[in-house]
Design a protein around this ligand. Structure first.
Ligand code: F3S
Length: 413
């Protein structure tokens, strides 16, 4: 691999042992993908914020970088961690797990990371431009970045993402190159009336199906309404990146590299086409809905996978209309402290808390200690990503429905 003079200094140890270690890993990673050079980036997002993701060896790795003087070279945000310190309303985790989760948080702060602890970095401090190459990980964030923002990153593995942030470099391969960003298969949505695509959950269902069929290819979706919002694309993005490993999609007329179908395929004419009608939509939704609303008497609603934006929490606030969570039920909202503080400033936080909603900040149900005793067997959500992971990780049954239906389920006794 060709290295610049500065990169040679990094790998020689001239810029410190921590930087040397990080650079040697970035170079090895690039060699695995036959990258010929590294690209300098101005922005990074790290996935490895949760102890439940990288465990003891990952904690040792990050603490070792810190001990060897490493610091991130560029503004860097980070994914949720594994605890919401001081929040007594959440299930209890083991002391040892929390101790290590906090050690990991401290190590990342020592590394110079901005403690955003959110999987929706595009909602808070990160600003990237169209076509810019950055160093991001976290499946939904990378997919959103590539597709909706039109910036560029590969899905970096945990800890390699840390090394990229420390060096400010990523290897040049995959989705950072224009020629690798052309669509590879077309999904043509046909027969959907105006009653569809009003709520996030419809995007979750279509996203789940598109991700499942696409696996790691680049889907082009034709037929989403032009009024589709960025938050709805966020839900779609998270679903395709979890039922498949989609890291870039093109939504015709909505995402910046898909002004037309031709542009999305970069002029290529040979591709597979899948027609999706309300029939396939209904079959997929039925497959995901393993729970029954009649069993929801002691169920839980979880919203915020990915973390809810301020606007999304305000939608919930409007839907609650002063009503309260019914006895025996739970309502969790997962978001960042940044959004939480905005809610505090607008007085909506107290109203939502008084209604019985519990906020889970800087973390999420899937990043907590997997040995946690979950107080639920049935979960209602509008998130395709939760519908994908919760049954396997928490043994839950799922009701995948609109935000309004989630609220209805939770307020009715
Ligand atoms: Fe975020 Fe946790 Fe979902 S990290 S995308 S809320 S699984």
């Amino acid at each position: 691999m060709k290295l610049s003079e500065k990169e040679k200094l990094m790998i020689s140890g001239e810029m410190g042992e921590g930087t040397r270690q990080a650079m040697s890993i970035v170079v090895k990673f690039g060699e695995l993908y036959n990258a010929e050079r590294l690209i300098s980036v101005k922005n990074a997002h790290i996935d490895a914020g949760a102890f439940s993701t990288i465990w003891d060896s990952g904690l040792d790795f990050v603490e070792n970088l810190v001990a060897n003087g490493a610091k991130v070279a560029v503004p860097t945000t980070i994914n949720p961690c594994s605890c919401d310190e001081g929040n007594k309303l959440l299930p209890k985790q083991s002391k040892e797990f929390v101790y290590k989760a906090i050690r990991l948080k401290k190590a990342f702060i020592s590394l110079g990371v901005c403690p955003t602890w959110t999987c929706a970095p595009y909602e808070c401090t990160s600003s990237v431009s169209f076509g810019e190459v950055v160093s991001w990980s976290e499946s939904n964030a990378v997919n959103y970045l590539n597709s909706v923002l039109g910036a560029r990153s590969n899905r970096l593995p945990d800890l390699v993402d840390v090394c990229c942030a420390v060096t400010g470099r990523i290897p040049e391969f995959g989705l950072v190159l224009e020629e690798n960003r052309a669509g590879q298969l077309l999904f043509d949505l046909q027969g959907f009336g105006p009653e569809y695509f009003r709520d996030y959950s419809d995007y979750a269902v279509i996203g789940y199906l598109v991700g499942e069929i696409s696996t790691n290819r680049i889907p082009v979706i034709k037929g989403f309404p032009l009024e589709t919002t960025k938050n709805q694309l966020k839900t779609f993005s998270a679903a395709t990146a979890s039922s498949g490993s989609v890291a870039l999609f093109h939504a015709v007329g909505l995402t910046p590299e898909a002004t037309t179908v031709e542009r999305a395929f970069q002029g290529r004419r040979e591709y597979e086409t899948f027609v999706i009608t309300p029939k396939e939509f209904a079959e997929t939704k039925k497959r995901l809905n393993t729970g029954n609303v009649n069993e929801f008497d002691s169920g839980i609603v979880i919203l915020g996978c990915p973390h809810l934006s301020f606007a999304e929490v305000c939608e919930v606030h409007a839907l609650m209309k002063g009503r309260k969570v019914a006895a025996g039920k739970l309502f969790w909202i997962q978001t960042s402290k940044t959004v939480y503080r905005l809610l505090e400033d607008t007085c909506k936080l107290n109203e939502l808390k008084d209604a019985g909603i519990i906020f889970m900040c800087d973390t999420c149900v899937l990043e907590l200690d997997p040995d946690t005793q979950w107080p639920f067997g049935i979960v209602a959500t509008n998130s395709g990503k939760l519908a994908q992971y919760l049954p396997g990780m928490c043994n839950s049954k799922i009701i995948l429905c609109s935000t309004a239906e989630c609220v209805k389920l939770i307020v009715e006794g």
